[in-house]
Design a protein around this ligand. Sequence first.
Ligand SMILES: CC(C)(COP(=O)(O)OP(=O)(O)OC[C@H]1O[C@@H](n2cnc3c(N)ncnc32)[C@H](O)[C@@H]1OP(=O)(O)O)[C@@H](O)C(=O)NCCC(=O)NCCS
Length: 177
Amino acid sequence: MTGDRVARTRAERSGDHPSVDAIHRLAFETGLEAAIVETLRQAVEPLISIVAELDRGEVVGHIMFSPVTIDRRGGDIEFMGLAPMAVHPRYQNQGIGSRLVEEGLAACRTAGTELVFVLGHPAFYPRFGFLPAVDSSFHYVDSRLDDYFFVQCVSAEGASVDSGTVAYHETFDIDGV
Ligand SMILES: CC(C)(COP(=O)(O)OP(=O)(O)OC[C@H]1O[C@@H](n2cnc3c(N)ncnc32)[C@H](O)[C@@H]1OP(=O)(O)O)[C@@H](O)C(=O)NCCC(=O)NCCS
């Protein structure tokens, strides 16, 4: 714990890549998520990628959103999936992750996204407005993980689909993230 404060969140820049890579390796204790981030950067468009930095400019957190498909349709900005996300272990439990989720959802809304999905912990994501996806008849490709799958409509106009099977980009297939 230090006296540093998160000064701001902002779009990730290429100069941030080494820091973001290191944060994922430290937070997850494996290189898997860092590898997924790198693959997404190279292979996927559009991406929403946001970092949190301290007053002195040190990057300490990162969140990424990439297009998902519903029943194999989409793959553009209208349906986005949150993942991966990580905060440097030294700075966890200080609100940085929450700020990244909120800023990321706002960025998705601004970009014209209808639905944001996330595969994650039931104790964390509902606090940001995510609801169980199964309640809206959305299922993760691996239905065994449906209890961990959440959705949020971020469009004022609502969503153009109300059910279906949701898949992240194929780079996530190597393991559950
Ligand atoms: C999950 C993570 C991004 C949260 O960032 P953070 O800055 O610590 O989060 P915040 O300080 O905003 O919120 C802390 C809350 O999240 C909870 N939390 C942290 N990690 C969690 C996890 N893996 N599952 C469920 N809840 C978690 C904390 O218990 C705390 O809850 P509280 O507010 O009720 O006390 C960060 O802990 C992390 O990088 N973890 C390792 C990587 C990971 O699991 N990423 C998410 C999956 S892609």
